[in-house]
Design a protein around this ligand. Structure first.
Ligand code: SF4
Ligand code: SF4
Length: 211
């Protein structure tokens, strides 16, 4: 009887992870659309082979925004391998999803680009509002140095109207997936680890309907 109750509770939690992941994926569609507008109106773009943001210490994220990634890794049989990598490099500040070796000719960068988190999408492409209510582009240092004309153009447009994603708005919208989880920030590797562990722990009880 007790095991049935536990199984039911695990099943409910797994369904809740699936539901949250779907909400997060919808948010990704919205942020990607907003980012495209910013890029096409200003010319701001990532620098080829740059991995600065994925190796910057101190970047924090929620586990919530990595549920879509964790589900994908589990379904494609990569979850255990990533957990293993994380446990062997527990003190590393480099994201476990980063492909920083190109010996096989593969592209340097995120190995799971389609499933990357909210922070990864917003890092170079968002704006903030200062205490006087003036909007400013909040691009990464690499883009600020290399694309000054695009930055200037973005700030000129932003003086007139919003353009692209405002990071704080998108992080507020993450609350719709789960208020409590949207408040918990971890170093990025740990956020990914928590998301994968939750998916693995609860997947066993998913039942056919979850697929
Ligand atoms: S967001 Fe900035 S730091 Fe990150 S890859 Fe793009 S150019 Fe490089
Ligand atoms: S998940 Fe994010 S931080 Fe990690 S490699 Fe991909 S883009 Fe970089």
């Amino acid at each position: 009887m007790l095991s049935t109750i536990f199984a039911h509770s695990f099943y409910e939690t797994y369904m809740s992870i699936i539901r949250k992941a779907k909400i997060v994926e919808k948010l990704f569609l919205a942020v990607d659309k907003d980012i495209e507008k910013l890029k096409s109106n200003t010319g701001i773009h990532c620098i080829e082979n740059c991995i600065y943001c994925c190796t910057t210490p101190g970047i924090k994220a929620t586990a919530l925004e990595f549920y879509p990634l964790a589900i994908h890794l589990y379904k494609t049989g990569q979850a255990e391998q990533i957990l293993d990598k994380l446990s062997k490099n527990a003190n590393s500040t480099i994201c476990p999803m980063l492909n920083n070796l190109s010996a096989d000719g593969s592209r340097i960068g995120c190995s799971q680009y389609e499933h990357r988190g909210l922070i990864c999408r917003l890092f170079a492409f968002n704006y903030t509002t200062d205490k006087n209510g003036v909007r400013h582009i909040a691009a990464c240092k690499a883009i600020k140095i290399n694309q000054p004309a695009s930055i200037e153009k973005a700030n000129l447009i932003l003086k007139q109207k919003p353009l692209g994603p405002k990071a704080s708005d998108y992080y507020s919208r993450l609350q719709f997936a789960d208020f409590s989880e949207s408040q918990n920030l971890y170093p990025i590797g740990q956020a990914i680890q928590i998301a994968i562990e939750k998916v693995i722990t609860h997947h066993h009880y998913r039942g056919k309907k979850a697929m």
